[in-house]
Design a protein around this ligand. Structure first.
Ligand code: PLP
Length: 381
């Protein structure tokens, strides 16, 4: 390791001089522990990572094949307009490609939304147990984030949310299904939010897990894309990271009205979505069998996990329409997290999300589920 030629005190003084106020208070995103890191630390092999809501079926084989065909073009810049992918998405969804904007994951689009629409005094509003990136995207840009009280079931409490609206409210962001709770927003709830939405605000529906929710047709939940024709203030975010299994490539998209999306695209980085990402996403889009199998696997896994822990006293599991389950262990979850790690099962502790007694467990492969369930039962009983 190289040592710095500067003293720690001089560097601390420099950092104090250059750090803007809004960066001083930032909490960096806390990434999950990679499998290889855990195995090295604990001297084990065969660890299972069920911490990042990834698709255990892997990427669509069509995406993998398509990428191989694109490797010879790596010396060329990507299509900055994402034409082929936006055209294919538009044809699939009945939207004009001008209504679609691509991002390096939907996470990047969250940051772009704040850049494009929030003036210095504007507020980004969501609720207490929403996806952490909503808060980060606002705060990184020095904008205020307002978390309304969540419902008792850790979902969106519409009355509390709308009570948090002010003339400064600019973006209202709701995840449905929400991460980390798995809760959905119903059609009626979204209508109530839109009815109360201040004139100059937009409603962002983050539907990163929408294709998983489709496996639960009996549960009422909003379809953001259907809302696009009803209210021009709605923007829907989707991703290829989850059910399409392309998280490593970083590609997601947003849909809304063309003039609104044009504003969003003004703040995007040129060439933000690489060629391999666009190529893979285009190929994966048509792999209906892969999507259906992934959604069915997640639903079966959620039902199995909730059944398996249903009898454990002091534990609460939350209904989820995503590919993960939030478990309230009834006590600080750090020790349970550590014991699971020692059994080679990596889950996500939720303290950073304001849920210090909770763990979030993604649905793994069928072959992994028995070991994950046994470890959970053992540690939580
Ligand atoms: C609710 C939600 N929204 C957005 C994202 C961002 O996904 P990506 O940037 O990979 O598209 C995630 C990822 O975990 C998520 O859970």
């Amino acid at each position: 390791m190289t040592t710095s030629p500067f003293s720690a005190a001089d560097l601390a003084a420099l950092v104090a001089r250059i750090t803007p106020v809004h960066v001083r208070g930032l909490d960096a995103y806390q990434p999950g522990k990679p499998v290889e890191e855990l195995e090295r630390e604990l001297g084990i092999t065969g660890a299972i990572k069920v911490a990042s809501n990834e698709n255990p079926l892997g990427p669509s084989p069509r995406a993998v094949a398509a990428i191989q065909g694109a490797l010879g073009g790596l010396h060329l810049y990507p299509d900055a307009g994402g034409w082929a992918l936006r055209r294919a998405l538009g044809a699939r969804l009945g939207l004009d490609p001008a209504q679609l904007v691509l991002g390096a994951g939907s996470n990047e689009l969250l940051y772009q939304l704040v850049l494009a629409f929030c003036e210095p005094d504007d507020e980004v509003v969501s609720h207490d147990y929403a996806f952490l990136s909503y808060r980060l995207a606002a705060q990184v840009a020095g904008r205020a984030f307002v978390a309304a009280r969540a419902s008792a079931a850790l979902g969106c409490d519409v009355a509390a949310l709308t009570a948090a609206f002010t003339p400064r409210t600019k973006l209202v962001i709701l995840g449905t299904p929400n991460n980390p709770t798995g809760a959905v927003v119903t059609r009626a709830e979204v209508e109530a939010v839109l009815a109360a939405l201040p004139d100059r605000a937009l409603l962002i529906l983050d539907e990163a897990y929408a294709e998983y929710a489709a496996a639960w047709p009996e549960v009422d939940h909003v379809d953001g894309l259907a809302l696009l024709t009803r209210d021009p203030r709605v923007i829907v975010l989707r991703t290829f990271s989850k059910i399409y299994g392309l998280a490593a490539l970083r590609v997601g998209w947003g849909a809304g009205q063309a003039p609104v999306m044009e504003l969003l695209s003004r703040v995007g980085r040129t060439f933000n979505v690489g060629t391999l990402a666009q190529t893979a996403a285009l190929a994966a889009l048509d792999d209906h069998a892969h999507v259906a199998a992934s959604a069915a696997l997640a639903r079966r896994g959620i039902e199995r996990l909730r059944d398996a822990l249903g009898g454990v006293s002091g534990i609460r599991t939350y209904p989820s329409l995503g590919n993960f389950v939030l478990i309230d262990t009834g006590k600080p979850s750090g020790p349970a997290y550590d014991r699971l790690l020692r059994q080679g099962v990596i889950v996500r502790p939720m303290a950073a999300w304001g849920l210090p007694t909770c763990l979030r467990v993604s649905i793994g492969a069928e072959s992994e589920q028995p070991r994950v369930l046994a470890a959970l039962r053992d540690v939580l009983s």
